[in-house]
Write a protein that binds this ligand. Structure first.
Ligand code: ACO
Length: 173
């Protein structure tokens, strides 16, 4: 499949919020952009499956979820890195912006669902995704950006400039 430029895609949010600093550091064979409404066909779920169990809902349900997420603007920022030669997604990540009543009606950025295709791991794509999402968080006015991860991933996030703070609690339904 030939590479599809941003101008021909229906994107989750305007691409110019992704920092030029991150774009310029990416290998020329790769492209970083917001999730697009046709990314079900570019392997979005396959890349996510390196992270956890992914149940394929089928394209119409995937698109309905895309539209539901887009209907809350300035809240969800899912970005992808695409391999230009195959037009396939090789890395993904999401920033969720939570509005607060405290700290002068400030916001907190939550980084979620970071995944890099197994064949592309170790090439700084995870780092670029985190740098891009952190930049969006800071430019959105978030006073901090936080995430949960396994012990095994702590060194990765430390390399991305994050530090361990407090604990995660969870209760599964
Ligand atoms: N332990 C130690 N160092 C690591 C690890 C690790 N597990 N992973 C990466 N690093 C280091 C790299 O060596 C590199 O260091 P360097 O700058 O000194 O060379 C630096 O961190 C950046 O690494 P990247 O090449 O950007 O890492 P990659 O592209 O492989 O992405 C990721 C890392 C996202 C963890 C990837 O391996 C992956 O998708 N893993 C499976 C899914 C997963 O665990 N996702 C994160 C869940 S947490 C969340 O979503 C909030």
């Amino acid at each position: 499949m030939p590479f599809t430029p941003d101008s021909e895609l229906d994107l989750l949010f305007p691409p110019d919020i992704i920092g030029e600093d991150v774009k310029s550091q990416l290998h020329p064979d790769l492209h970083i952009r917001p999730l697009a409404s046709t990314d079900y066909r570019r392997g979005h779920l396959q890349v996510l499956s390196v992270l956890t169990i992914v149940t394929d809902p089928g394209e119409p349900a995937w698109v309905a979820q895309f539209n539901a997420i887009r209907s809350t603007p300035k809240t969800y920022y899912t970005i992808v890195i695409v391999d230009k030669a195959s037009d396939a997604i090789v890395a993904v990540g999401t920033l969720f912006v939570e509005r607060k009543f405290l700290r002068g009606l400030s916001s907190v950025g939550h980084i979620e669902d970071i995944a890099v295709d197994k064949r592309q791991q170790g090439k700084k794509l995870g780092l670029r995704i985190i740098q891009a999402l952190t930049g969006i968080s800071e430019r959105s006015g978030c006073y901090k950006t936080i995430l949960n991860c396994s012990d095994a991933n702590i060194p990765f996030y430390e390399k991305c400039g994050y530090m361990k703070k407090e604990n995660e609690m969870a209760k599964y339904a």
